[in-house]
Ligand binder design. Structure first.
Ligand code: KG4
Ligand code: ZN
Length: 347
């Protein structure tokens, strides 16, 4: 079976074709970074217009690279939420039209399920697993029991971790999105140059909540208080490295607590998965893998390219739903808010 997957929930237009044998036949993406760069953040209206401009072209490209035509596709999946409603509507309408014209199933996919299930495509892992999803919009722990059953364990009370990377990147005068830029600058920086607070991290509390807005404001204020507006190269590199190290320490503290919590509550799991755009950071990946192995669990992180938003994760999640017997009506709405644990509430 071949599923076409469409992702348009934020600023990447991506279309992929994935088959039931877990092969990614094509995975095409147009980034809108250049468009949003000027505003230092995603402008929803511009994002929607660009999705509308690119979606047909990129679908043709995905089909061509997979050496297929629409007649070879057995189902079409699209992100229905959470995300920016204008972009969601573009992807959804396009997918529904293909489904209607070709008389094939349409599957509405939760973007978070796309991130959450990617490891089952890339690493063939079984349920259950502990998941930390870290992206530009989300930072949450889940216990994934099956495709229809996941438990929210805790997450950010304010900003997502990717958002903190982007805002600090902006304060340092780096390109948008800040995450990959901070990772690059950090390579040459001294990670012990600055000591930052670690909100909600202490020895006694066992909760799995996270908070990044205080840390973000603290660092932004520090940067803005630099007397000369021109930040030195060394300052930027040291700041990037110290921030990245702090994020690693906060997340590792909570991953360890999440493992202890799940060991007590769900004794029969061994896999710990990290996914989402921030999980493409090589420094963080190395630290996470070591921390998880130290806790006697098996770490899984999808390849960096499949951590950031992509159509393959949506095609795969669509296939998983379809295999489970779920397809969606053509009047399925775009859902700007759609918690992962409510994935099946809207069926
Ligand atoms: O999953 P994703 O592509 O989109 C959302 O669902 O949000 O994640 C995008 C986020 C952005 O905040 C971006 O700065 C961050 O992931 N990101 C990174 C890296 N690559 C992307 N953060 C840190 N290091 C990276 N290498
Ligand atoms: Zn995402």
């Amino acid at each position: 079976m071949k599923i076409l997957g469409i992702e348009s929930s934020c600023d990447d237009t991506s279309v992929a074709i994935v088959n039931s044998e877990k092969r990614i036949l094509s995975n095409e993406r147009v980034s809108q970074d250049n468009v949003h760069q000027f505003y230092n953040g995603v402008v929803p209206e511009l994002a929607a217009r660009n999705h509308a401009f690119y979606i047909e072209k990129i679908t043709q490209k995905a089909l061509k690279n997979a050496k297929l035509t629409l007649n070879d596709v057995d189902g079409v999946a699209a992100t229905a939420g959470p995300g920016l409603v204008g972009g969601l509507l573009v992807g959804l309408s396009f997918a529904k039209t293909i489904a209607q014209v070709k008389q094939i199933p349409f599957i509405a996919v939760n973007h978070l399920a796309g991130h959450a299930l990617t490891v089952r495509l890339t690493d063939n892992i079984e349920f259950p697993y502990l998941l930390l999803l870290i992206s530009g919009g989300h930072s949450s722990f889940y216990y994934m029991r099956s495709i229809t059953n996941c438990i929210y364990l805790g997450g950010t009370l304010d900003d997502a971790v990717g958002e903190a990377f982007d805002k600090i990147g902006k304060a340092l005068g780096l390109k948008f999105p800040g995450g990959p830029e901070i990772e690059k600058k950090a390579l040459r920086g001294n990670e012990d140059a600055f000591i930052f607070p670690k909100p909600l991290v202490d020895k006694v509390s066992t909760n799995l909540n996270l908070s990044f807005s205080g840390l973000k404001s603290h660092i932004t204020k520090l940067i803005n208080s630099e007397s000369n507006n021109l930040l030195s190269k060394n300052y930027i590199e040291d700041m990037a490295a110290s921030f990245q190290k702090t994020i690693a320490e906060i997340l590792i503290n909570k991953i360890e607590k999440a493992i202890i919590y799940c060991d007590n509550k769900f004794p029969n799991y061994s896999n710990v998965v990290i996914s989402g755009g921030v999980a493409s950071n090589l420094y963080l990946r190395r630290k996470f893998i070591k921390a998880i192995i130290d806790k006697k669990k098996e770490p899984f992180i999808p390849p960096a390219k499949l951590c950031t938003d992509n159509g393959a994760m949506i095609a795969w999640a669509g296939y998983e739903k379809y295999k489970y017997g779920i397809s969606s009506p053509l009047n399925f709405k775009a859902l700007p808010r759609w918690p992962l644990e409510k994935e099946y509430f809207y069926e």
